[in-house]
Design a protein around this ligand. Structure first.
Ligand SMILES: [Zn+2]
Ligand SMILES: [Zn+2]
Length: 162
């Protein structure tokens, strides 16, 4: 939704609270869509001494696939967003400031961008995931590698002849 902050732009001490649930299930991370559950966005815009400060907590539980072993696992995602809002930019280089459009801004877009930027680049079911053996495909977290097999009996027989 677009949040209208016109009522607090010129009201030092004023504030607007917001709370919504967003659907980021279409957000694609390398063929995986981890945001299968609703994403909660809770926060406020406050006018502190004439400056508009937005704070928001983005919260959900992701459904992930481990990059090393391919196991599915759930992982909490929590993020605190903090931005200054302004009607016009005094310093073009300052991209920490979110520019208002007619006293409003797109809260969903802001939350979506923060969600994407803060996604882990590597998804691991656990820090020390041992992954899959490239030889036999065994999940080394749960089972032993089967590559070191006993010698094929036919070869054993041949070895005996030599
Ligand atoms: Zn893993
Ligand atoms: Zn193996």
């Amino acid at each position: 939704m677009r949040l209208d902050v016109r009522s607090v732009i010129h009201t030092p001490g004023g504030g607007i609270e917001f709370k919504e649930e967003l659907d980021f299930s279409d957000v694609d991370f390398g063929g995986v869509y981890p945001a299968v559950r609703p994403v909660s966005v809770v926060g406020a815009v406050r006018n502190i001494a004439g400056m508009l400060r937005l704070t928001a907590d983005v919260d959900t539980e992701l459904s992930c696939v481990c990059d090393r072993c391919g196991t599915r696992f759930d992982k909490p995602f929590r993020l605190s967003v903090e931005r200054m809002l302004a009607e016009e930019l005094e310093d073009e280089a300052n991209d920490d400031i979110l520019l208002l459009d007619d006293g409003t801004f797109d809260l969903d877009e802001l939350a979506r961008e923060a969600f994407i930027l803060n996604m882990d680049t590597k998804m691991l079911c656990r820090e020390d995931c041992r992954g899959l053996c490239s030889g036999c495909g065994a999940n080394l977290n749960f089972e032993a590698c089967r590559c070191q097999k006993t010698v094929d009996p036919r070869w054993a027989a041949l070895q005996n002849l030599l």
